[in-house]
Design a protein around this ligand. Structure first.
Ligand SMILES: NC(=O)C1=CN([C@@H]2O[C@H](COP(=O)(O)OP(=O)(O)OC[C@H]3O[C@@H](n4cnc5c(N)ncnc54)[C@H](O)[C@@H]3O)[C@@H](O)[C@H]2O)C=CC1
Ligand SMILES: O=C(O)CCC(=O)C(=O)O
Ligand SMILES: [Mg+2]
Length: 332
């Protein structure tokens, strides 16, 4: 079957890592047509809109979309394209697994956890205003509907992947109403999954405990900002942003991208590590039911990393993106 896939090159290292991932996916034998869609700073400069309507339509029409990172300026400028894309297309679940990969020097062994991040509300609702001069207010929206929906996604993921435990990460001791509701919703959904253990953990202590003893965690579910922070943290546990994939999942619609951003410090140099986006591509192939090519690509990436001869700079090697891609394709 020929898959109708979309791709968004994005900004910074985006076009480099997207091209690398597509080359590897094509080499795996998957039959696909790719439609190029535009988003981010590049789209803003070209079309006057960082997230054109045609891009939203293209993502809706595709079987799945592979997306490069898109830039969002600090303070001034347009709103995050990522946040807008996730909200407009109701990509409510952000799935970010972090698993130790043999061959990558990291401080930890045997980490295998999944951050499930609520992707549509929380502090990313974009509801900010100046109350009076010098005082601004950002609204942190937590709804029963979105909280139960993400909790159910976390438990279903745990069940599908034969995981033992879901941990709700929150700050319900301080944010009594909002995180109180989130925790209550997770607890209610947990009752539908008696085969999966459920517990909860306060976010600051969780951050400390993830650094001290990350092996203790299995599936973690949390609201948007906590998930943004702890997913970068968890990527740091297993080798960094260059190797951690991510998926934005809605009902019948999905966008696959890395946890990392546009990496302006290394953009255009051809040295970015494409592993994170390649592994996001693996998640995309599994989502499409293309288990064979997904397994083959994952195995090829693991072999190249274990061999350690063609690693990119972030992993302590000297290879550039093209050399890494050639090594992976050589293993396929
Ligand atoms: N999903 C997305 O589109 C995301 C976009 N961003 C955007 O990216 C821009 C830059 O954000 P930063 O906070 O600097 O985070 P970043 O993730 O782009 O970079 C942080 C550090 O990690 C390194 N890094 C990231 N990806 C790498 C890769 N594939 N290979 C090697 N090294 C890599 C960078 O060189 C940098 O030193 C911002 O405009 C931000 O809004 C940030 C996160 C996600
Ligand atoms: O939209 C952005 O600029 C940042 C997004 C982000 O940090 C993430 O997806 O984890
Ligand atoms: Mg982030």
């Amino acid at each position: 079957m020929t898959r109708q896939l979309a791709m968004i090159p994005g900004d910074g290292i985006g076009p480099e890592v997207v091209a690398a991932a597509i080359e590897i996916i094509e080499a795996s034998g998957v039959k696909a047509t790719w439609t190029e869609l535009h988003a981010g700073r590049a789209a803003h400069e070209k079309f006057g809109d960082p997230l054109p309507e045609a891009t939203l339509e293209g993502v809706r029409a595709a079987d799945a979309t592979l997306k490069g990172p898109t830039a969002t300026a600090k303070g001034i400028g347009f709103r995050s394209v990522n946040v807008a894309l996730r909200q407009k297309l109701v990509l409510y679940a952000n799935y970010r697994p972090a698993k130790t990969m043999p061959g990558i020097l990291s401080r930890y062994e045997d980490v295998d956890l999944i951050v499930v991040r609520e992707n549509t509300e929380g502090l990313y609702s974009g509801l900010e205003h100046e109350v009076v001069d010098g005082v601004v207010e950002s609204l942190r929206i937590i709804s029963r509907k979105a909280s139960e929906r993400i909790a159910r996604f976390a438990f279903e993921t745990a069940r599908k992947q034969k995981r033992k435990r879901v941990t709700c990460v929150h700050k319900a001791n301080i944010l009594k109403l909002s995180d109180g509701l989130f925790l209550e919703c997770c607890g209610r959904v947990a009752k539908e999954f008696p085969d999966i253990e459920f517990n909860d953990s306060i976010v600051d202590a969780t951050a400390m405990q993830m650094v001290r003893n990350p092996q203790e965690y299995d599936v973690l579910v949390m609201e948007n900002l906590f998930g943004d922070i702890l997913s970068d943290l968890s990527s740091g546990l297993v080798g960094g942003l260059g190797v951690t994939p991510s998926a934005n999942i809605g009902d019948g619609i999905a966008v696959f991208e890395a946890v990392h951003g546009t990496a302006p410090d290394i953009a255009g140099k051809g040295i970015a590590n494409p592993t994170a986006l390649v592994l996001s591509g693996v998640l995309m192939l599994r989502y499409l039911g293309e288990e064979g090519p997904a397994d083959a690509i994952e195995q090829a990436v693991r072999s190249v990393i274990l061999a350690g001869e063609t690693l990119t700079g972030d992993l302590g090697g000297k290879a550039d993106t093209a050399q890494f891609v050639a090594a992976v394709i050589g293993q396929l």
